[in-house]
Design a protein around this ligand. Structure first.
Ligand SMILES: Cc1ncc(COP(=O)(O)O)c(C=O)c1O
Length: 321
């Protein structure tokens, strides 16, 4: 995106994307006229509730899942936390299962820190899978690591920094074979690659990565799985996530998804083309991470770092140094 007003070319779409017109239009009525609390039974509340139901139906249809399998959250971090902490439960609930988790250190902090919390504070044992030179987790190690006490495997679909796509089908196969729950952080993948939620038990999403508003996201949770809420409050989201819903942001998120998904293939091809063109003309400093990016199955994004020598750096605005 070129922001002519600021004379800035914005390339950091992994960090966040601008709001698309469809999302903005879908949000405006709920910031203005339809301001009711969706839990209120009167007309104003019912109008807000209808927006949430509608958004849930739209997202479910786009992802080929059931509406009640979608739990709205405040974004990707909360969705990941809810999956990891909510599916595993607390130490005191462990009578119902084991104390072993499997993940890897390349996860976003939203998953990484939640799992490290369970490891350090709740005495869970964690197998941290090795990652190959190409950024892929070790499937043989995963197969060997799964054991009767394993409660959850959490492996992201597409990496937010390298763009590496994990072999989710194979991971899913191993987990299913052994009856272990699988969560995947799909925050960077939605709108960029095909997503098949039949492969996972839970998956996390954030609207601002696909041209929706910040502060809105959702967790897909397979029907029949129980989840322990990680916050205490009302009975919102089928008693799985308390708190008055961010109605406007939820409406905007569904509109953004509807806008972004149908064009996904064309957009993926366009972005991959841009990435490859940049790659061929830029003299990117080829450090280990850059080599890794060029050699694996990738999201249509490019990881690069720019090193500016000290004297030139002084001429740059402070936010670019
Ligand atoms: C892979 C991944 N997971 C989770 C998150 C957290 O999402 P949010 O910023 O909506 O909390 C991000 C955000 O950068 C991400 O890239």
């Amino acid at each position: 995106m070129s922001m002519s007003k600021n004379r800035m070319t914005y390339l950091d779409y992994n960090a966040t994307t601008p709001l698309c017109d469809a999302a903005r239009e879908a949000m405006l009525p709920y910031l203005d006229r339809y301001f009711g609390n969706p839990s209120s039974v009167h007309a104003a509340g019912r109008a807000a509730r209808a927006a949430i139901d509608n958004a849930r139906d739209k997202l479910a249809a786009l992802l080929h899942v059931r509406p009640h399998e979608i739990i709205f959250t405040s974004g990707g971090t909360e969705a990941c936390n809810l999956a990891v902490l909510g599916l595993v439960g607390r130490l005191s609930d462990r009578s119902s299962g084991g104390n072993h988790l499997i993940s890897n250190k390349a996860e976003h902090h939203a998953v990484l820190n939640a799992i490290e919390y369970l490891e350090k504070r709740e005495n869970f044992e964690v197998t941290w899978l090795n990652i190959s030179e190409k950024g892929i987790i070790d499937l043989d190690q995963l197969a060997k690591a799964i054991r009767p006490e394993t409660r959850l495997v959490s492996i992201m679909t597409g990496n937010n920094e390298t763009g590496v796509i994990q072999p989710l089908r194979e991971i899913s196969h191993l987990c299913r074979e052994r009856g272990v729950l699988l969560h995947s952080d799909m925050v960077q993948s939605f709108g960029k690659i095909d997503i098949d939620l039949s492969l996972v038990d839970a998956a996390s999403f954030a609207a601002h990565k696909f041209y929706g508003p910040k502060g809105a996201g959702f967790l897909f949770l397979r029907s029949g799985l129980s989840l322990q809420p990680i916050m205490f409050g009302g009975a919102h989201e089928n008693e799985r996530r308390p708190g008055t819903e961010n109605v406007a942001a939820i409406a905007g998120m569904a509109a953004a998804a509807e806008w972004a998904l149908p064009d996904r293939e064309a957009e993926q091809a366009r972005e991959a083309h841009l990435r490859d063109a940049l790659r061929s003309i830029w003299k990117v400093s080829v450090r280990r991470a850059a080599q890794l990016v060029w050699s694996a199955r990738l999201l249509p994004l490019m990881f690069c770092s720019l090193w500016v020598c000290q004297s030139n750096a002084r001429a740059l605005p402070s936010d670019s140094r």
